[in-house]
Every structure is written in structure tokens, then in C-alpha cells.
Design a protein around this ligand. Structure first.
Ligand code: UDP
Ligand code: MG
Length: 314
């Protein structure tokens, strides 16, 4: 029988886990042609999530878990899952049931019968989400698709089912600054996009503030595009041209009209303007430098504190 691994990153999910487990059991029973393992990744939860997972793993041998020594973020949690998933097929899903487990049978059918390497999901609606958040999310997808080769569909979720080959490709990407939506697109393979209506969280609350999402989006751009660096260079070139024209203009004016001392205000404005542009560009370069700094340190993505599987390091 083929094995399906389900990776579930959990950060303070004690309220939603019982619902998820129950629903997963229902789905797993209905898919009797497959074997399953559920990989709960406890991402340094401060509530009773770990206790719950431990209890589940004692009761049900399909339940595996890895518990981090602190909160390393959802990206690290997903990576830990991929590194330890043994399935012929692997799926990642949120613990809050916003990635409905009931889609799994359909996803498995598509991947097997229609010969795709992965089945990914996208939300076609964003009901229940603050409108500004949706607006910025849309702009982000437009922008990143224009300026990078990480092909990301608007409304794409991290919820997808993949063949082993694709999981191996993801595990082989050991970068420290991870942006999974970009990585999934970057590695290629044939992906089927399954649309579904947005589902609201079953319990608990979102772990993403607007600010956290904004930083995450910036990260995505910096990780998958060099365009901001080109913008910095373009500013440099543009300003050099403007300065050359101004120099010629001033020399001509001096020769033709003579030059009473004048114009300190415009000089001050120019200095401030150029200073601003320079700092802005240095900021962009700094962002890339900071990422490079973190990459070269080659720190592990996560530290395991406790687990019931043997192989837990990548
Ligand atoms: N999550 C995590 N580590 C974090 C933040 C979130 O493992 O630092 C998990 C969380 O438990 C959930 C999933 O990532 O299973 C998605 O988080 P959430 O539902 O809060 O995000 P949203 O759906 O609101 O974008
Ligand atoms: Mg959610």
C-alpha cells in the first residue's frame, strides 16, 4: 500500500487540534487504499499543544511528532516535516482546518489518475478576512510574479499534496531564509490548481499580524528577486544623468549671465534628496547583505527538543 504523509505545523493550536484529528481520522478511514502517517510539528507552542500531540501519539501509532525547542516559524516547521516525511505522497496542511482535509480524496485522485506531480490549492474567495489585508495580498502576488521566476498563483495556499520526487527537491533546497510559496513554484514540476472557497479558522486565532505578513512578503521578494537591486542601480544612473545636465546648465548660465551668489535653498534640498535616495538604496543592499549573512552562517533551520521519530535532523 502507498503511504501518505500529512505534515501539520502547530503553534498554539490546542483548540483546533481535536477537531483536526477527528476530521483527519474520518478522511483516513474513507481512503482505505492508502496508509497514513500524521506528522505534527510543534513549533514551540506555549499552550498545551504538545501534551495533546503526545497523548494522540500514544493512542494512535500513525501519529508522529517533532517538537521544537522554541518558535522557529511555520517555514521551519514545514521544512522539518518534509525532511522527515516518508510517504510516497506528502501533504502540508494548517492545524486550523482552513486547509480542509476533506479535499484530500479529490487531491489523491487527481495526482494518481491525471498524472500530476502535485495538487495545490488556492482560495478563490477571501471572505472573513479584513479587506485591506486582501488588497495588499493581491498586490503582493501581482508584484512578485512580475519580478521573480517563482510562479505564484493569487490565493495560493501552502496546502498541497506532492509526490516524493518533489519533496526530495524541496529538502535539497537548504536555504535558511525560506519562502515556501516561492520554493514550490521555483522547483517546477506539473502542478494542478484546485480552487476552493475560503474557510474560516475552526478555533483559536491567526498567528499572523498584518506587520508579520508584511515582513514575510518583503522576505519573499528579496528571496526570489534581484529587481530591488536593479532599482537601486537605476536610481544611481538617473541621478548621474540629471547631475550632468545640471552642471552643463550652470556653467552656461555662469558664462552668459554672470553669477550672483544665490540658491542655497535649492542646494540644501538637493543634498537632502540625494542623501535620502542614497540611504534608501543602501537599505536595499543592506537587506540582501543581511540575508547573505544569515545564509553563510549555515545555522540549522530548527532545533528539536523532543520527538517520537528517530531521524529528526536533515
Ligand atoms: N504556525 C506555525 N508557526 C508559527 C505560526 C504559525 O507553525 O510561527 C502554524 C499554525 O499553527 C497553523 C499554520 O501555521 O497551523 C497557519 O497559521 P495561521 O492559521 O495562524 O495563519 P493564517 O491561516 O491566518 O494565515
Ligand atoms: Mg489559518
Amino acid at each position: 500500500m502507498e503511504l501518505v504523509s500529512l505534515i501539520v505545523p502547530c503553534y498554539n493550536e490546542q483548540e483546533s487540534l481535536p477537531y483536526l484529528y477527528e476530521e483527519l481520522c474520518r478522511v483516513m478511514t474513507s481512503l482505505s487504499d492508502y496508509e497514513f502517517e500524521i506528522l505534527f510539528i510543534n513549533d514551540g507552542s506555549k499552550d498545551d499543544t504538545l501534551k495533546l500531540i503526545r497523548a494522540l501519539s500514544k493512542r494512535d501509532e500513525r501519529v508522529k511528532y517533532i517538537s521544537f525547542s522554541r518558535n522557529f516559524g511555520k517555514e521551519a516547521a514545514m521544512y522539518a516535516g518534509f525532511c522527515n516525511a516518508k510517504g510516497d505522497y506528502t501533504a502540508v496542511m494548517d492545524a486550523d482546518m482552513q486547509d480542509p482535509p476533506s479535499l484530500l480524496p479529490e487531491m489523491l485522485r487527481i495526482i494518481k489518475e491525471e498524472n500530476y506531480d502535485s495538487v495545490a490549492t488556492r482560495r478563490v474567495s477571501r471572505e472573513g478576512e479584513p479587506p485591506i489585508r486582501s488588497f495588499f495580498a493581491r498586490q503582493f502576488y501581482k508584484l512578485i510574479n512580475k519580478i521573480s521566476d517563482a510562479d505564484i498563483v493569487d490565493g495560493a495556499r501552502d496546502f498541497r499534496l506532492m509526490k516524493k520526487q518533489m519533496v526530495d527537491a524541496i529538502v535539497s533546497m537548504t536555504e535558511y531564509n525560506r519562502f515556501s510559496k516561492g520554493i514550490f513554484g521555483w522547483i517546477g514540476f506539473k502542478t494542478y490548481w484546485l480552487p476552493y472557497e475560503n474557510v474560516e479558522r475552526v478555533a483559536g486565532e491567526t498567528k499572523w499580524s498584518f506587520w508579520k505578513l508584511f515582513i514575510y512578503a518583503l522576505n519573499g521578494i528579496i528571496n526570489f528577486s534581484q529587481v530591488p537591486l536593479y532599482i537601486a542601480s537605476c536610481f544611481g544612473i538617473m541621478l548621474t544623468i540629471v547631475a550632468a545636465i545640471m552642471i552643463i546648465f550652470i556653467i552656461l548660465r555662469r558664462l552668459i549671465m554672470g553669477d550672483p551668489v544665490q540658491g542655497w535653498a535649492s542646494t540644501a534640498c538637493i543634498i537632502i534628496f540625494i542623501g535620502g535616495v542614497q540611504l534608501f538604496c543602501m537599505g536595499i543592499i543592506g537587506q540582501y547583505l543581511a540575508k547573505t549573512y544569515l545564509e553563510v552562517k549555515q545555522r540549522p533551520q530548527y532545533i528539536v527538543a523532543e520527538s517520537n521519530i528517530e531521524k529528526t535532523e536533515k
